[in-house]
Design a protein around this ligand. Structure first.
Ligand code: GDP
Length: 478
């Protein structure tokens, strides 16, 4: 296996999926034809996975090594032997937004810390979910009730010189603004990955930026002992088990402002297809255990439990979820430790599902998708071997994956395109700024070479991977 082979292997499944999206949209009223198409896809994917199995051990080993390397770099950066003289980057957790948005803010701080080789100091004093001093009146930061401290050796922002980022990154301690106010825009902001591990990462993972952000978030969100117990108890209480689909339905304050309303039926379409696929997989692998159709449902709109799940229960689906019972779920304006634990639990269990169906316009679901990439050793779709790369284990009803405040997301044309009305012309090698995927075979974007905006076939373009220098990764042995 090498870069070209792994990319080609993933492209086969990517372009087949784009064709499948196209047919699903084109024949949406033809039920028997769609059944045929879905069975065909499942059987095809089963064969592709069997082919990929040949290099399974190699892939698993390489992933393990890369993850260990990442961990050692972060561990070294965050635990300087002498905190008094270490260069520091101060990240404030007082951003006035929801939990997903706040975690993304901290992960952006970590990106800058890794790029500039500065120990990240988290200032959680005015965290709206849990201000300090914490609820128990203790002086220990409330962050530590939920997550492990980000450093064992260095947690104070003391230093000889202390300056805001805007005055140049020269002082020992530098205060970082939120990503939207950062000027100038550095090339290492998302969607960039560290040059030093880029070739390995591009070889191994279908969406390198998601893996990178997932590793960072996995580090930031290492649960405290107490939180770990809370998560484990909840898993037991729900009898959380595989195979399971994670569905996240984001409504309340988001609908009409930042996203559209979607009925549960729209999400369930993908869940139904997933379980149909699983049945084909079973036939192909010669098993015939009954497959339970289990859904982990996370939502801020608790009415769903009373009003929308019934028809699907009648079709044989079982729903479990914290928002069915949690008092604080759904109240986005309530910032308390309890609501914090509830949203973390939902994100955790979404990330541990076998497949995610949600709207990527929501930071909650993007966070679950990022964390999903840190798993690697769990059971895969046919429960025989652990799945390693989770980059395509989702369906988003709206956006493609993005990181809020990211640099331009570009693709490169790999085929020419002769446009019809509404479409853009493309020549091989053109850079296309991608705005979205319509999940019907067509993506929308701006051809930066000829300045035209419109639709183009998704299978005719490849991701352009942004690579930048991250100082913390210097002198590592890949
Ligand atoms: P976004 O607004 O969906 O992009 O994500 P944010 O994380 O910035 O804000 C959403 C807030 O809504 C979260 O912090 C939660 O308080 C709440 N929320 C949204 N979805 C869920 C969910 O599935 N479960 C729970 N418990 N809370 C949710």
């Amino acid at each position: 296996p090498n870069l070209k082979y792994e990319q080609a292997r993933r492209r086969v499944s990517y372009s087949y999926n784009e064709l499948w999206f196209f047919l699903n949209d084109h024949f949406k009223h033809n039920v028997s034809l769609l059944k045929f198409v879905n069975e065909h896809r499942a059987s095809f994917m089963y064969d592709l996975e069997s082919l990929s199995d040949r290099d399974y051990e190699w892939r698993k080993n390489e992933f393990k090594k890369l993850t260990e390397l990442f961990t050692s770099v972060v561990d070294k950066l965050q635990n300087p032997p002498n905190c008094a003289t270490a260069n520091k980057l101060v990240c404030r957790l007082n951003k006035g937004c929801g939990f997903g948005c706040q975690m993304h803010h901290v992960s952006y701080c970590m990106v800058v810390a890794l790029a500039t080789k500065r120990t990240m100091i988290l200032d959680s004093n005015n965290w709206r979910y849990a201000p300090n001093p914490n609820a128990h009146g203790s002086r220990e930061p409330s962050w530590n009730l939920i997550f492990q401290p980000l450093s064992r050796t260095c947690t104070t922002a003391d230093g000889k010189t202390h300056k805001p980022w805007s005055e140049g990154v020269t002082a020992q301690v530098v205060d970082l603004p939120i990503i939207d106010s950062l000027r100038p825009r550095m090339d290492y902001l998302p969607r960039a990955i560290p040059e030093q591990i880029s070739e390995k990462l591009i070889t191994l993972h279908g969406s390198p930026i998601v893996w990178f952000m997932g590793q960072i978030l996995g580090f930031i969100m290492r649960p405290s002992q107490e939180m770990k117990k809370f998560l484990e108890n909840a898993k037991k209480r729900f009898k959380f088990r595989s195979p399971i689909i994670g569905i996240h339905v984001r409504r309340t304050d988001k609908v009409g402002t930042e996203a559209s309303y979607h009925s549960l039926t729209e999400y369930m379409k993908y869940a139904e297809q997933y379980f149909q696929n699983l049945e084909i997989y079973q036939q192909r692998s010669g098993k015939n255990d009954k497959i339970e159709r289990l859904i982990y449902l996370a939502t801020d709109d608790t009415n769903i439990w009373r009003e929308e799940i019934k028809p699907f229960e009648e079709k044989g689906f079982t729903f479990i979820g914290d928002s069915q019972i949690a008092q604080s779920a759904g109240l986005t304006s309530r910032y308390s430790l309890d609501s914090l634990r509830n949203v973390i639990l939902d994100i955790w269990l979404l990330s541990e599902s076998d497949h995610l169906v949600c709207t990527f316009s929501s930071q909650v679901c993007r966070l679950a998708y990022e964390l999903m990439q840190t798993r690697g050793l769990e059971n895969n779709i046919n429960n025989e071997k652990s799945r390693i790369d989770w980059y395509d284990a989702y369906n988003s009803l709206d956006d493609i994956y993005y990181f809020g405040g990211q640099n331009a997301h570009n693709q490169i044309a790999i085929l020419n395109h002769d446009p019809e009305p509404g479409q853009i012309p493309m020549k091989i090698g053109d850079t296309i700024g991608i705005a979205g995927n319509h999940w019907n075979g067509w993506s929308k974007g701006l051809n930066r070479v000829n300045g035209k905006t419109g639709l183009y076939p998704g299978f005719k373009a490849d991701e352009k991977i942004d690579i930048a220098k991250f100082e913390a990764f210097d002198n590592i042995d890949t």
